[in-house]
Design a protein around this ligand. Sequence first.
Ligand code: GDP
Length: 345
Amino acid sequence: MSQKTALITGITGQDGAYLARSLVDKGYRVVGAVRRSSTLNLPRLVSLKVAQEVELKTLDMQDFTSIVRLIEEIEPNEIYNLGGQSSVQASFQQPLYTGETSGLGPMRLMEAVKLVLPEARLFEASSSEIFGLKAKGTVNETQDFHPRSPYGVAKLFAYWAVVNYREAYGLHVSNGIMFNHESPLRGMEFVTRKITATLAQIACGGQQTLMLGNLENARDWGFAGDYVEAMWAMLQQDEGDNYVVATGQTHTVKQFVELAAKAVGLDVEFEGEGLEAKGLDRKTGRQLIGVSQDFYRPSEPDPMVGDASKAQEKLNWKPSVNFEALVMMMAQSDLKRAREEQAWY
Ligand code: GDP
């Protein structure tokens, strides 16, 4: 069989890097779409040793012509749309940009596929944020929607665009309704990486205090390396569909902090509640963790846990890394980095 070509938008992000690694290992020609900018953001691809094995092309998700041109040029068999503004927190500050890139962007991509290469298969990185307020307890693909952030609103637009392009034009497009997925390559704007990176610095003698928002918020956190395998599996099916991708377990931000602190060798004791909560070093009494209103959000989804039984049944997918192993992996990676940085001074 001839070599397949995959186009990944957002290839410089966490999921883009893991997916690129996986597809190169599967024998694909991988083309990554990057925004035109003076500096290329390649550290994640470099760290997974795949930067030299992918081709990078300029693409602006707000420019329809550039999408059409790229699809015409490389004729991808599979397109993975991982691009767009991906932080819920940032979407409260940049709602319109988020809507442009994460809502309208996917529709532009599908419109281009419809016009230029309708046989191409497309994966859309949807999000558990589309469930929001309707999500009570365990949720699967039949759940109602009520997004609680501009990010969730944009993702819900894209979700329905995928369903519509499938129904109206018969495109092979799938929504992966991804619950939170993390890794040592996660951006610092997400709470998990903020926690492991800051605690690792503190463990290496840093004098900062880790300031967080609501410690009682819970998420269903999985490992990004597992989640990209679900993306690929969706595009190997006979038809496009919607799939929840999740671990089926939730933990609070506080539980994440407690485990991460242990993993970097800190002994933290919590006292107080809500905005008054504090994490103290049990030995010295120094405050290591605090809570600030600045990191609370105007609205949050209801606590929910993902039911990925459809993905397990149809895609034969299940997560391989549990919560404890994920926290340990991230904490150790940041500890190694912090020690290396320390060695410079
Ligand atoms: P999200 O689920 O995609 O929004 O992923 P995040 O990692 O940004 O946030 C996960 C949860 O952690 C949310 O409920 C946040 O409100 C909560 N959280 C608490 N403190 C922080 C913080 O300092 N930064 C971020 N990003 N989230 C925080």
